[in-house]
Write a protein that binds this ligand. Structure first.
Ligand code: DQA
Length: 150
């Protein structure tokens, strides 16, 4: 069977994982998280593309570029989660099923992190499980994309 194609998007400052506020975000680097996701993707017969950018427009372009190429998007938009109508509009524009993830529990943090512009256009959101949020998000997205063929 042809693998399902999923795009993993990491937003601003996530390139600093491993040394960025480890008490909040854990000690794994972004490369280590991506490797773990790639292993799980193999088990799920998913073809995974990962990318990180600190630039909102680059992330918007990546979402546009996913159209016709990827069947699902797993996104941790970092701080753009709380500010970016452009990312929300891009996801609405391409209509690709999306799961939003966060390492930290954004609802236990400052009130400005309690609102996500992406949550209401995503299938769902996973927040607070550290790097495991990505794993759970990938599994949830895979389940969503394959549930009708079971
Ligand atoms: C984050 C939470 C955001 O509020 C923050 O700006 C990040 C990381 C998380 O994964 O917990 O950069 O998305």
């Amino acid at each position: 069977m042809k693998p399902l194609s999923i795009l993993v998007l990491h937003g601003p400052n996530l390139n600093l994982l491993g040394r960025r506020e480890p008490g909040l975000y854990g000690s794994l680097t972004l490369d280590e998280i991506n490797s773990r996701l790639t292993e799980i993707a193999k088990e799920l017969n998913v073809s995974l593309t990962t990318m990180q950018s600190n630039h909102e427009g680059v992330l918007v372009d990546a979402i546009h570029g996913a159209w016709g190429k990827h069947l699902g998007i797993l996104i941790n938009a970092g701080a753009y989660t709380h500010t970016s109508i452009a990312l929300r509009d891009a996801l609405l524009g391409v209509k690709i099923p999306t799961v939003e993830v966060h390492l930290s529990n954004i609802y236990q943090r400052e009130s400005f992190r309690h609102h996500s512009y992406l949550a209401s256009v995503a299938i769902g959101q996973i927040s607070g499980f550290g790097p495991q949020s990505y794993v759970l998000g990938l599994q949830a997205l895979h389940h969503h994309l394959t549930k009708d063929s079971e």
